[in-house]
Design a protein around this ligand. Structure first.
Ligand code: CAA
Length: 257
């Protein structure tokens, strides 16, 4: 399979996907998200693969959904194109997925990382949901998964006031599994994935399924509501202003409309 925005390879029994849009800090546009979820679905079906790793670059795991692609979209266009459905495909994978995160994991990038089963981060990783600065909210699980993982107080600060978490904070708060020096985070993630891939495949899949059952019960309805809130904000002047201001590299002026 030839991809334009990701790289794929199999190392040992681990399927590795590298997000590869360096010019946009791996912003998650429709093509990249389609390619990523197709590649993961193929690995999920491949008997030679026991676990998967998603990584980005040292500078950016991913800086969020592609703001330039969605800045001028209407509510109807968001519902018709349904970009959040691509993130939803992550939830259908039976094999474990580990995010190897370095640098920025923002917006949809943070949401992609926390929808994986485990996170190995470099010491330079930064996790955040800056959607409030462009007039919207997280649409791919951030309001739900971060609140469950971190509690209400930190979640509120992250999503209402753009607080970012360092790797050390994320480790201390239990959001990530390991914090590793920059030159080793991918190797550590691959080693963890290889170890898991060497275990009884059906039992691994069952364990993942049941842990998610405990953790993500009631999540489906909440994610659907979050998606609607996110899409409906595309009817506001502040969404148009916030995203235009990002693209034009200026400060937004909010009108509350
Ligand atoms: N979408 C589109 N392009 C992006 C992008 C994004 N999310 N993030 C970065 N880029 C682009 C920049 O526009 C820039 O492109 P140009 O060279 O053509 O100008 C390039 O990537 C490099 O970025 P910067 O020059 O901004 O790099 P920096 O080091 O100065 O700043 C940053 C890095 C703090 C991550 C900054 O790029 C940034 O704030 N990015 C946006 C983060 C954000 O708001 N993410 C949320 C998106 S909405 C979302 O994700 C919704 C959802 O829930 C699914």
């Amino acid at each position: 399979m030839t991809y334009t925005s990701i790289l794929t390879e199999i190392r040992g029994r681990v399927g590795l996907v590298t997000l590869n849009r360096p010019e946009a800090l791996n912003a998650l546009n429709n093509i990249l998200m389609s390619e990523l979820t197709d590649a993961l679905a193929d690995f999920d079906k491949d008997a030679a693969v026991g676990a998967m790793v998603i990584t980005g670059s040292a500078k950016a795991f991913a800086a969020g959904a592609d703001i330039k692609e969605m800045a001028d979209k209407s509510v109807q266009q968001m519902y018709d194109n349904d970009p959040i459905a691509r993130y939803g495909r992550m939830r259908t994978l039976r094999k474990p997925v580990i995010a190897a995160v370095s640098g920025w994991a923002l917006g949809g990038g943070c949401e992609l990382a926390i929808s994986c089963d485990m996170i190995v981060a470099s010491e330079t990783a930064k996790f955040g949901q800056p959607e409030i600065t462009i007039g919207v909210i997280p649409g791919a699980g951030g309001t739900q998964r971060l609140t469950r993982a971190l509690g209400k107080a930190i979640a509120m600060e992250m999503m209402l006031n753009n607080r970012t978490l360092s790797a050390a904070e994320a480790l201390q708060m239990g959001l990530i599994n390991h914090m590793v020096p920059l030159d080793a985070y991918l190797d550590v993630a691959l080693k963890l994935a290889e170890e898991i891939a060497s275990r009884a495949p059906r039992a691994v899949a069952s364990a993942k399924k049941m842990i998610n059952h405990a953790y993500e019960e009631f999540l489906a309805e909440a994610l659907s509501d979050e998606k609607k809130e996110f899409y409906n904000l595309f009817s506001t002047a502040d969404q148009k202003e916030g995203m235009a201001a990002f693209v034009e590299k200026r400060k937004p002026e909010w009108t509350g409309k």
